[in-house]
Design a protein around this ligand. Structure first.
Ligand SMILES: Cc1cc2nc3c(=O)[nH]c(=O)nc-3n(C[C@H](O)[C@H](O)[C@H](O)COP(=O)(O)O)c2cc1C
Length: 326
């Protein structure tokens, strides 16, 4: 089967492989790096629609992005059609520079679901539909939804996705787990594919894709119009180079530990430059450990880098120190 670009309203995304929104990870710095390696579509981390309208939280900072960080979807969460619509009107102004508005209908975190947002919307198909309709009516850019299969079970997933599509969503991403599953078990691709074949808008499948090869296999199999990859791109921006190579009929490169550490150092230095020493160091601790995945002595590499107290020490470790564990 040939793979076609993913259509999101007037946007055409090629290859149809999206990087997932991941709060705390896919901020401006990492998105910039992902783009340089060929990522065709990104999301901001999620922001609260109400927080954005009332100010006082970190929403505006999350929304900062470079001019060439596009196409970029801004992801919002909330539970009231009115405030979601107001936030969408504001975020879809051309000067904001977002090419789509995405509504979070999957987040399992208690502090989000307890207010009726994120995954909690899966329990109320009628409210979810009203939110999509309100956002669609007020947005100047395409509107998308990222959902899970359901709250407790997936029996209502097709009906939910159909309602979302009928309410005006241009594209739906489905993570193949229920909210109560969290990240346990396996993503249910049969259920995702069932939705993709029953819904009249493009459906993007998400969950447990580990490699570029696997992403392409899923696409070739259909019926999903695209796939989204989350954890497999952490500490692994070259995922998208692998994808480009495979699409050209070439073998992806085998990344040596030296290459991985060079990529980690580059990511680290850019974060320090952008966020300053204290915050950069704090944020990069959790990101760096992903670069060690698959390396010899990964656990000890992780422990050692987490102990380093200064940016200079981390850089030395990424340049030379890691070799002691090989
Ligand atoms: C650390 C982390 C943060 C996440 N933050 C968000 C988020 O802000 N919005 C969202 O829709 N999904 C979020 N997700 C879910 C991912 O977008 C994705 O659906 C999930 O990781 C499954 O895909 P994967 O198996 O390829 O990782 C997050 C996941 C992780 C691991």
């Amino acid at each position: 089967m040939t793979i076609s670009p993913l259509k999101i309203g007037p946007l055409e995304i090629w290859p149809p492989v999206l990087s997932a929104p991941m709060a705390g990870y896919t901020g401006g710095v990492y998105r910039e790096i992902l783009r340089e390696h060929g990522c065709p579509y990104c999301y901001t981390e999620m922001v609260s629609a109400k927080g954005l309208l009332h100010g006082g939280d970190d929403s505006e900072e999350i929304l900062l992005h470079a001019d060439d960080d596009r196409p970029l979807a801004v992801q919002i969460f909330g539970y009231e059609p009115e405030s979601m619509a107001e936030a969408a009107a504001m975020l879809s102004r051309p000067e904001r520079g977002f090419q789509a508005i995405d509504i979070n209908m999957g987040c399992p975190a208690r502090k989000i679901t307890s207010q009726g947002s994120g995954g909690a919307l899966l329990k109320d198909v009628s409210l979810a539909g009203d939110i999509v309709r309100a956002v669609r009516d007020s947005s100047r850019v395409p509107v998308t939804v990222k959902m899970r299969l359901g709250w407790e079970d997936s029996s209502g997933a097709v009906r939910f996705a159909q309602r979302i599509a009928a309410s005006g969503a241009h594209m739906i991403v489905v993570h193949g787990r229920t909210v109560s599953q969290g990240y346990s078990g396996k993503a249910d691709w049969k259920a995702i594919e069932g939705i993709a074949s029953e819904v009249p808008v493009p459906v993007v499948g998400n969950g447990d894709i580990l490699s570029a090869r696997e992403a392409l296999e899923r696409l070739e199999r259909g019926p999903c119009a695209g796939v989204m990859v989350g954890r497999a791109i952490l500490g692994n921006p070259v995922f998208f180079e692998d994808l480009t190579a495979l699409l050209r009929g070439e073998q992806p490169e085998e990344y040596t530990p030296q290459t991985k550490m060079r990529l980690a150092k580059e990511h680290f230095e850019r974060s320090i430059e952008r966020y300053g020493e204290r915050r950069g160091l704090l944020e990069m601790r959790k990101q760096l450990v992903h670069y060690f995945r698959g390396m010899r002595g990964a656990a000890r590499l992780r422990e050692t880098v987490l102990r380093e107290k200064s940016p200079e020490a981390v850089v030395r470790f990424l340049e030379e120190g890691w070799r002691a564990y090989q």
